[in-house]
Design a protein around this ligand. Structure first.
Ligand code: HPA
Ligand code: ZN
Length: 338
């Protein structure tokens, strides 16, 4: 039965998918320090407190300035594997049954780590994830503040590993880097049979214009963040009618403004396949159940609406219809037995 009030326990046990999770954003301070020592990389901090104190950001760009330098500790295939496995243990704890894992190869190839090192390390974890009870897939993101040519070169490298990648995305600094910059590379990815998503971060310069471009021009299958879509009722109807998912991240949003809880609930109630995700859980110190609970604590919502968010997380995924139906049944069984 549905509980009368939403508890963290109910939310944690609810079967769910995570669709907006950057593997590089799961690097917890403990692992960061251990890898820094193992690979003899000076990250400027030597204690967990120092690492945590460096997590000061109030905008996307100030976040990215902390985020990218930390990746220097990732050097070898085992490092990428270990990072992903650490997250998958967390995922199991939060009853995340399926996750589409974002990763940023250019953040590593640009500092001399081979593409193969990155993809093989992450894929190693994907192969082992089933044994942990978490189904996984990899989604390769291009860095939008790098050139379109660099994205095209990265796609070329990825196509030699086509079987390891389910889709492509676009992240990093949106300012001055609209979706249209990557029209060709996304077109090529589509032709290769890859699913398409892209970040339309909150409250960007020309957010709604970028959302329109992503939907109508690039024809993405999903939007990451994208809550500014509420500014345009016609675009809201467009995503609702096509079942296009929005992967929202309330705690991450809260770091740079408000959680956008009103927008998330407005979209949910309008029938849009909106989902709740953790984005970069090690940096925002919030895994997906914590994000869902934070939403419920700060905005009035019902247990049935929380269950709908979990249902949307599978519906907006790139799983087969059979797998989606199996997970929907898990949700039905969980609620019936609660
Ligand atoms: N937006 C843009 N780039 C990112 C994000 C995000 O939410 N997380 C990690 N890289
Ligand atoms: Zn993100």
């Amino acid at each position: 039965m549905l509980p009368t009030t939403l508890t963290h326990d109910f939310i944690k046990g609810l079967p769910k998918a995570e669709l907006h999770l950057h593997l590089e954003g799961t690097l917890e301070p403990e692992l960061k320090l251990a890898l820094a020592e193992r690979n003899r990389v000076d990250i400027g901090q030597t204690t967990i407190e120092e690492v945590k104190r460096s997590y000061q950001f109030d905008s996307l760009s100030s976040f990215l300035q902390v985020y990218y330098p930390a990746m220097n500790v990732l050097q070898r295939e085992e490092d990428f594997y270990q990072l992903a496995m650490a997250y998958l243990h967390k995922a199991r704890e939060h009853n995340i049954r399926y996750v589409e894992l974002f990763f940023d190869p250019q953040a590593h190839t640009s500092r001399g780590v081979a593409f193969e090192t990155v993809i093989n390390g992450y894929h190693w974890a994907v192969r082992e994830s089933g044994a942990l009870g978490v189904e996984t897939a990899l989604v390769m993101c291009f860095l939008r503040d790098m050139s379109a040519q660099s994205a095209a070169d990265t796609l070329e490298q990825a196509l030699a590993h086509r079987d390891k990648i389910l889709g492509v995305g676009l992240d990093s600094d949106e300012n001055g880097n609209p979706p249209g910059k990557f029209r060709e590379v996304f077109h090529k990815a589509r032709q290769a049979g890859l699913h398409l998503t892209m970040h339309c971060d909150i409250d960007q310069h020309n957010s709604i214009g970028n959302i329109r471009q992503a939907l109508l021009d690039i024809q993405v299958d999903r939007l990451d963040h994208g809550t500014n879509i509420v500014e345009d009722p016609e675009l809201v109807a467009y995503v609702r009618d096509r079942g296009i998912g929005l992967t929202c991240c309330p705690v991450s949003n809260g770091f740079v403004g408000d959680m956008k809880g009103n927008e998330i609930l407005q979209l949910l109630r309008a029938g849009v396949k909106v989902t709740v995700n953790s984005d970069d859980p090690a940096y925002f110190q919030s895994y997906v159940s914590d994000d869902m609970f934070a939403l419920a604590q700060n905005y009035p919502m019902t247990p049935a609406e929380m269950v709908q968010l979990a249902r949307n997380s599978f519906d907006a995924s790139w799983l087969s219809d059979d797998r989606k139906a199996a997970y929907q049944q898990e949700i039905t069984d969980y609620v019936a037995g609660y």
